[in-house]
Design a protein around this ligand. Structure first.
Ligand code: BGC
Ligand code: CA
Length: 282
């Protein structure tokens, strides 16, 4: 009986429990299925999202890459163009520098010429002033120094003469052969002779001055005004009375202006220097 009861109880209780278990199992099964489906759905969705995200990323990267490549091409072109401009600018600068150098050299030459011309102009002004003063105080073709007019027959048309004929020409013009009795006169005269014969010294370039040896007075030297020679500006070794007939004196364009005289034969054909008193200065 007890067994029966137990069985029965158990059976009743077991019957009732089985139903609940079955129900619970069914519900659980359903829930599990739903959960599984939800998980699958979510997984599928997630996968789609990832896939679309990754495909989005690749496109963006590719487009960024393209942009960068384009930019690189553009920058390379720009660099080439800039390099070209730079090379051209350097070449232009070299050309300009060469031009500047040439123009500076030309400017230096012109400045030197201007300086020379200014110097010449100064000398010309002095010469013009001297000429004006000469014109006022001496005949045309004569030069004035202090109160004396000097004449140098420099024209090539004028023949050389012996000392006597040269003196006669000076007298005919109202003067006489030059008396060179001061250092100032000597300096002036040799300066003129050197300007006339810048090629240098030659015995052909002698100019008679008014100094003559008087054999009758022990060979002493006298000026044309009768005065005895004081200081003489003889060349070295002169007067030497070469061959015993050199009684007249000529001045030459020597380097040393204090040694420009030589005694020469009076018949020697040379140029000459006249002098006469200048008219009073106004
Ligand atoms: C002499 C001079 C001389 C001259 C005459 C020269 O060789 O050295 O003393 O007066 O010749 O032309
Ligand atoms: Ca001599």
């Amino acid at each position: 009986m007890d067994n029966m009861q137990k069985v029965s109880l158990f059976t009743v209780r077991g019957y009732g429990s089985s139903r609940r278990y079955q129900l619970a199992t069914g519900v659980l099964g359903l829930l599990s299925a739903a959960l599984l489906m939800a998980v699958i759905a979510m997984a599928t969705q997630m996968n789609g999202v990832c896939e679309s995200q990754s495909s989005l990323n690749i496109t963006a990267v590719q487009s960024e890459l393209k942009l960068l490549r384009d930019e690189r091409v553009r920058l390379t072109e720009s660099r080439t163009s800039l390099q070209h401009d730079y090379d051209k600018a350097r070449a232009d600068r070299s050309l300009l520098q060469a031009q500047v150098d040439r123009e500076k050299a030309m400017s230096d030459r012109l400045l030197a010429q201007i300086k020379t011309l200014e110097e010449q102009k100064k000398q010309e002004n002095v010469r013009v002033l001297q000429l004006v003063r000469s014109c006022e105080r001496c005949p045309p073709g004569w030069e004035v120094v202090n109160d004396t007019c000097y004449y140098f027959p420099i024209s090539s048309g004028i023949q050389r003469k012996g000392w006597d004929d040269a003196r006669a020409d000076c007298i005919r013009q109202g003067g006489d052969l030059a008396i060179v009795d001061t250092l100032q006169k000597q300096t002036f005269i040799v300066g003129v002779l050197k300007a006339l014969h810048s090629e240098g010294f030659s015995y052909r370039y002698g100019f008679w001055i008014g100094l003559k040896r008087k054999d009758e007075e022990q060979g002493t030297w006298h000026w044309t005004n009768g005065s005895l020679l004081g200081t003489g500006y003889w060349m070295d070794g002169e007067p030497n009375d070469d061959y015993g007939y050199e009684d007249c004196t000529a001045s030459y364009p020597t380097v040393n202006i204090l040694k420009s005289w030589n005694d020469a034969p009076c018949r020697h054909p040379l140029k000459w220097i006249c002098e006469k008193e200048a008219t009073a200065a106004s």
